[in-house]
Unconditional design. Structure first.
Length: 272
């Protein structure tokens, strides 16, 4: 009898420990990490991180980095955003998606599926939950998502999957209709990933969206973004398309036009 009771107590203790681990997988949430659901994601935050209530949280999401290496190219843009638009009133965060290495030998936990077909429901929920936890940390008035390529697809998915998460999004080089995008590239269908074009009806009214694609982008193509924009417009959502003249898939994200659109959206949301 005592053995049975002890076994039961140990089972409850293990269950409690597992639940606690799932609830807070980061050993300690700090300036450089944030808990999602089951994963610990790396973040680099700039600007008004010590403010009790910043005007805006701007979250930058990188692409698939299919060539390999760490996912860090969005960090300078996050820093520049805080510098240009108010380091005393804006928190600008570069978030590293699940399974990707960051800088200084760190990495976000999770699975990036070899950097392909990785916009899974699980990864979308991890990123969405991490952004919610950043909101709880910083208490911003508004939130804007700025994504490139796979980060843009993630942002577009979250607008529908979690309609209250963000009030605006800037989608650069977005494969926002994944089936159409894969067909244009002559590639096989992706079966794991959430498709932003399937979440259009869930986007909250009043959400501000800008899609931007380089005119020389031979990866995600301007036609993919334009098709997405037309579908979103048909649902009465405020969305625009901005071509980036002469830019290819990677250089488009570094265009000054992207930061211009961030500033314009901050102003439109009354957070400038």
């Amino acid at each position: 009898m005592k053995k049975n009771i002890l076994a039961h107590v140990l089972l409850l203790a293990c269950a409690f420990t597992s639940a606690a681990a799932l609830a807070a997988p980061c050993a300690q949430d700090d300036a450089n990490s944030v808990t999602g659901i089951n994963e610990c994601l790396q973040v680099r935050a700039f600007g008004a991180t010590g403010s009790p209530a910043p005007k805006a949280l701007v979250v930058w999401l990188h692409g698939d980095v299919s060539s390999g290496g760490p996912a860090v190219y969005h960090i300078p843009l996050a820093r520049q955003t805080a510098q240009e638009f108010g380091s005393d009133k804006i928190v600008s965060v570069a978030l590293v998606r699940p399974g990707y290495p960051a800088d200084n030998g760190t990495a976000s936990s999770g699975n990036n599926h070899d950097r392909a077909d990785s916009y899974t429901p699980e990864n979308m929920r991890e990123v969405g939950a991490a952004i919610e936890h950043l909101q709880q940390r910083y208490h911003p008035d508004k939130t804007i998502l700025v994504g490139h390529s796979g980060g843009a697809a993630t942002s577009a998915n979250l607008l529908g999957m979690m309609p209250a998460l963000a009030q605006g999004a800037i989608l650069v080089g977005c494969p926002c209709d994944i089936n159409y995008w894969r067909r244009l590239r002559g590639r096989s269908a992706w079966l794991r990933s959430e498709d932003p074009s399937k979440w259009l009806d869930k986007i909250a009214p009043g959400t501000l969206i800008v899609a931007m694609t380089g005119t020389d982008d031979s990866n995600t193509y301007p036609a993919v973004a334009k098709a997405y924009v037309d579908k979103v417009k048909a649902r009465g959502i405020d969305i625009g398309f901005v071509p980036i003249d002469g830019a290819d898939h990677n250089s488009s994200f570094r265009s000054p036009l992207v930061l211009d659109q961030v500033g314009a959206m901050l102003k439109k949301l009354g957070t400038d």
